[in-house]
Design a protein around this ligand. Structure first.
Ligand SMILES: C[S@@+](CC[C@H](N)C(=O)[O-])C[C@H]1O[C@@H](n2cnc3c(N)ncnc32)[C@H](O)[C@@H]1O
Length: 235
């Protein structure tokens, strides 16, 4: 799928800088069907002109569904799977996506590193975080497998792409994610690298009916309605 950046008079400098930094092509108008990042009222916005009508997405952690989850207090299975950790523990969210799980993980209050290899996804999250900062979170652009050795994480969390029934409300974000993100790293490779580098455990999100990732068996599982967390103890 074609991916590019769009500039206008007001945003030329910002978009030119991003094009250089992330090696993305820059245009004044969308040229071919694809996904574009543009700047509207000083904010990055994702445009999808492969569909009619044109789809638009802003990422906003302070309002709407993601904002709600950030402030929510329900006991979430993900946090159960992460479990109690020492104060100084470091969590690595290796597959950040639009950071919904990242924001939940931030609630642990532990040091959190999240990485994403897709430039468009990374840029949208980076900007949303500038508007709604999360103190204990640091985000990194790149392939998690390359970043793992320097993160010294106690817990590594993986949510490799999987197709599951999507809720009407999250449709737009997930549709975008599935479209713009190229072939993901095979889940087996991510798991193997995570098991080599996590000091305490690796937590993997799976569709509830899916088999665990092939490789070593999980130590235990936390079953939810539509998703399951497979926990691999490392120590
Ligand atoms: C299913 S999505 C994650 C959704 C995320 N857990 C959330 O709550 O929004 C998977 C994401 O991982 C990214 N990804 C896949 N393999 C990766 C890798 N090796 N390094 C970094 N990011 C990766 C994809 O680009 C995609 O954005």
């Amino acid at each position: 799928l074609f991916v590019g950046l769009i500039y206008n008079q007001n945003s030329y400098e910002k978009m030119h800088q991003l094009a250089k930094e992330f090696l993305l092509p820059l245009f004044e108008q969308p040229e071919e069907p694809g996904i574009y990042l543009a700047c509207e009222n000083d904010r990055l916005c994702l445009l999808d002109n492969t569909k009619k009508p044109l789809m638009k997405l802003h990422l906003d952690f302070a309002h709407g569904r993601l904002g709600y989850r950030l402030k929510g207090s329900g006991s979430e299975d993900l946090l159960k799977a992460i479990g109690k950790l020492p104060d100084e523990a470091v969590i690595l969210d290796a597959t950040m996506g639009f950071a919904e799980d990242t924001l939940l993980l931030a609630k642990t209050g532990k040091r959190l590193i999240a990485c994403e290899q897709d430039p468009v996804v990374f840029l949208l999250v980076r900007e949303a975080l500038q508007l709604s900062p999360v103190e204990n979170l640091q985000i990194q652009y790149g392939n998690a497998i390359d970043l793992m050795p320097s993160c010294h994480a106690d817990v590594i969390y993986l949510d490799p792409m999987f197709l599951r029934k999507i809720k009407a409300k999250e449709k737009k974000e997930i549709q975008f994610l599935q479209q713009i993100v190229g072939p993901a790293t095979p889940a087996e490779d991510l798991l193997k690298a995570a098991l080599d580098h996590a000091k305490m455990k690796v937590v993997v999100k799976r569709a509830s009916k899916a088999a665990p990732i092939s490789g070593p068996k999980p130590s235990y599982q936390i079953e939810g309605k539509s998703v399951r967390f497979d926990v691999y103890r490392v120590d």
